[in-house]
Write a protein that binds this ligand. Structure first.
Ligand code: GLN
Ligand code: ZN
Length: 755
């Protein structure tokens, strides 16, 4: 009989209970007991969901107070030694200090978990880091589940993934030198789990989805040789991409089962099935763990049936990866219309899909017929619904080759015309877009959403805000102004709400890091712009000043990247649809007399696939989407773009290929070093390297910014340089914003005097 399981369940809670409990504990409003109680309740609830759905195991080890990687370190006793905590006596308060820092110690670094929007804490490896045991939380949680009558499968971040993702801090030169200690640590944990009666341990090694150097690949066999002795049965989990190149390795590895992502790596199955070891469990990740669409159960069954004939009870059914990356429960979406809701599936629903597939495989098709029928209806509806397929968009897309994805002339010609039109000084000063989103603004928006103030009142309030922002910028003496984006709650949501094809949830929260959650919109249909989205705001703002006012849009890749996307067409098709909608907006802005238009692409780099071999394809369509959106305008209309959180050096040819007239980037925290690559590459267009970090309220001194600008002048020709902060100012307060921008303008002016 096939079995059903998941690799992990979201821990945050359907109503973000964990977030609120943790934050309340941090503020000192509630004590440790209350926090522990919430954790326990959530674990219990999530196990009940899994058991009720009919999974063969409940997942233990997916709960974490902040992050699963930090939990693994706490379990092994391998927390960063600079904090001087005794790993065996680590308290929950210590654990949070590791994650968040305190006045004496900066927090552990945080970075993206593979290509997801989840952020983990980066392990810190020093010569004195130990792996000889830490907290007992995992064992206690397992006992908790067992006491509730559940059959558990314990999940761990794998030893090689843990090492690979960590950073060397001091005292060692090669992370793999730590491997013997790491293995001993895991051995210890595995033996304790075995003693506790745990039958299965799932070890996650998602690094197998990367293009691994030979030293790492070769470390797998010796590591698992040791771990498989005196241990529970091991299920080695791979996900986020196909791992075909490791077929032989995974066949030989002494583990009892292997999990494959059959959503991202649908094509890899045939390779694996050839010579599949008879005694080995194959866990088929057939339900999408990264997206929110209802599964096509018939298709899943059809894909797994031949597998079952081959593998029998060695076949397990699962989601592609942990359900951490999707919201908890669709049942809480009571504002969504029934049709849209019928197309979706969140973590809770996915557990039921997995068991339905399992039961059908096990000859219980009749018992799950209703589920299969409902899924088939949803799939059929999505295939034909006019809400998804818009003939206008389809027609335009089919003719996209008739649309130019290039400006009329090259940058060298355009910039002459732009300079004649705008007559900007050397080192022009500008902003990235947003100005402080004061409580006043947020309150007005909340009141408007609740219907407490009318449309006109809200509009007037936001217009007052734009007036203020324009006046301030003129007083400060900036050269190119922005309207400040007060009318926008979020740079994706704002546009998504005005475009057809985008849907929004009320509670579709997904953990981003620690207690932080995001609620991504979902793109369900052809993206269509029924009417202009920003023209009124930009026109109004421009009417207040004789200085150029930048129009402000979110680019196609970012609109895609920060949403759940359609699975019925390739990402690039959706990106091009968004690009066409934005192109119309850009053209409308131009018609309304807006001379500069910024198309933000902060998520451009995030979209890069895990395997470098897949980069060119992505970069080609991402650049094309940007260019489609940007190239409908005259030579003397200046297109800006903005990117932050980015490393650029390895993708500079594509950044240049975007051909924005001006790009503003985040550079101050790298002390301008990020700019070196642009210099070496001889980046041809204008560039505004951020001269101050907007993440902190600290007001940078004039001299600091001068120093950074002089550094920039050493790398980039004067004629190409702009002066601006790293990013938008919406999280800042007014006093520091005014002071910082005044200093920034002074820095630019003194620089002008130097040339
Ligand atoms: N224009 C946006 C702002 O200033 C850009 C935000 C971003 O890059 N994340 O807020
Ligand atoms: Zn930014």
């Amino acid at each position: 009989m096939a079995k059903a399981h998941i690799l992990g369940f979201p821990r945050i809670g359907a109503q973000r209970e964990l977030k609120f409990a943790v934050e309340s504990f941090w503020r000192g409003d509630t004590d440790l007991t209350a926090l522990q109680e919430t954790g326990k309740t959530l674990r219990q609830r999530h196990w009940t969901v899994q058991a009720d759905a009919g999974l063969d195991f409940v997942s233990v080890g997916d709960f974490a107070w902040y992050d699963q990687v930090l939990n693994t370190l706490a379990l092994l006793g391998a927390v960063p030694t600079r904090f001087k905590f005794d790993p065996k006596k680590l308290t929950l308060a210590d654990y949070f200090t590791l994650a968040r820092g305190n006045p004496e110690h900066f927090a552990m670094e945080m970075t993206k978990w593979f290509d997801t929007n989840y952020h983990y804490l980066v392990p810190e490896f020093t010569a004195d880091v130990r792996f000889d045991g830490g907290v007992d939380w995992l064992f206690e949680e397992n006992a908790e589940a067992v006491a509730l009558g559940h059959k558990t499968k314990v999940t761990l971040v794998g030893p090689l993934t843990l090492l690979y993702l960590g950073k060397i801090k001091s005292g060692i030169t090669n992370k793999l030198d730590l491997l013997p200690k790491v293995i001993a640590g895991y051995q210890n944990v595995l033996q304790r789990l075995q003693a506790a009666g745990v039958e299965w341990v799932q070890i996650d090694e998602p690094i197998l989805a990367l293009e691994l150097a030979a030293v790492w690949r070769n470390a797998f066999a010796p590591t698992y040789e040791v771990l498989s002795t005196a241990a529970p049965k091991l299920l080695l989990a791979t996900y986020f991409d196909q791992v075909r190149e490791h077929t032989a390795l995974l066949h030989r590895l002494p583990v009892t089962g292997v999990h494959l992502d059959l959503v991202r790596g649908a094509g890899q199955l045939d390779d694996f099935l050839q010579d599949w070891p008879q005694d080995r469990v194959l866990s088929a990740g057939i339900v999408d763990g990264r997206n929110i669409w209802r599964a096509d159960l018939d298709a899943a069954l059809a894909a797994l049936q031949p597998l079952q004939e081959k593998l029998g009870d060695k076949l397990w059914v699962s989601a592609s990866c942990s359900l951490l990356h999707v919201p908890v429960d669709l049942a809480n979406e009571n504002k969504l219309d029934e049709e849209l809701k019928g197309w979706l599936s969140f973590a809770t629903q996915k557990t039921h899909e997995i068991t339905a597939i399992k039961r059908a495989l096990n000859g219980e098709k009749n018992a799950v017929a209703a589920q299969f029928n409902a899924a088939a209806l949803a799939v059929a509806a999505r295939n034909t619904s006019p809400r998804i397929h818009n003939p206008l968009v389809q027609k335009r897309l089919s003719e996209i080759n008739k649309i130019s994805a290039a400006r009329n002339n090259v940058f060298a010609d355009r910039i002459v015309k732009q300079q004649a039109r705008f007559n900007l000084p050397a080192f022009p000063t500008t902003n990235i877009g947003s100005f402080p989103q004061t409580t006043d603004i947020r309150q007005a928006r909340a009141q408007y959403k609740r219907g407490e103030i009318g449309h006109l009142d809200y509009l007037n309030k936001m217009r007052d805000e734009v007036r203020l922002v324009v006046q301030k910028q003129e007083e400060i003496g900036l050269d190119v102004l922005v309207h400040g984006e007060p009318e926008r709650n979020d740079m994706v949501e704002y546009f998504g709400e005005q475009l057809w094809g985008y849907g929004f949830t009320a509670n579709g929260w997904v953990q981003s890091y620690g207690s932080r959650c995001v609620k991504p919109p979902f793109i369900y249909g052809d993206v269509y712009r029924p009417e202009a989205m920003t023209v009124g705001w930009s026109e109004f703002a421009q009417s207040l000043t004789s200085k150029p006012m930048k129009g402000m849009l979110t680019g196609p890749v970012t609109m895609l990247q920060w949403s759940f996307v359609r699975d019925d067409q390739p990402r690039d098709t959706t990106a091009l649809q968004i690009a066409l909608a934005l192109r119309d907006e850009v053209v409308d802005l131009e018609k309304a007399g807006i001379g500069m238009i910024q198309i933000d692409e902060p998520a451009f780099r995030e979209g890069l696939p895990l395997k470098a071999a897949d980069w060119p394809h992505y970069l080609d369509w991402a650049v094309k989407a940007f260019r489609i959106s940007a190239s409908g305008v005259r030579d003397d209309t200046q297109i800006h773009t903005h990117m932050c959180y980015s490393e650029f050096n390895d993708i500079l040819p594509w950044i240049a290929a975007m051909d924005a007239d001006v790009i503003t980037i985040e550079t101050s925290r790298s002390d301008m070093e990020l700019l070196d690559g642009f210099g070496e590459f001889a980046y041809p267009n204008d560039i505004g390297p951020g001269v101050y970090d907007i993440h902190s309220p600290r007001v940078p001194r004039v001299e600091e910014m001068q120093r950074l600008l002089r550094k920039a002048r050493g790398v980039i020709p004067d004629a190409q340089l702009w002066v601006n902060p790293d990013c938008g100012l919406k999280t800042r307060g007014w006093p520091e914003t005014t002071a910082a921008l005044e200093n920034m303008v002074l820095a630019a002016r003194t620089l002008r005097a130097e040339v």
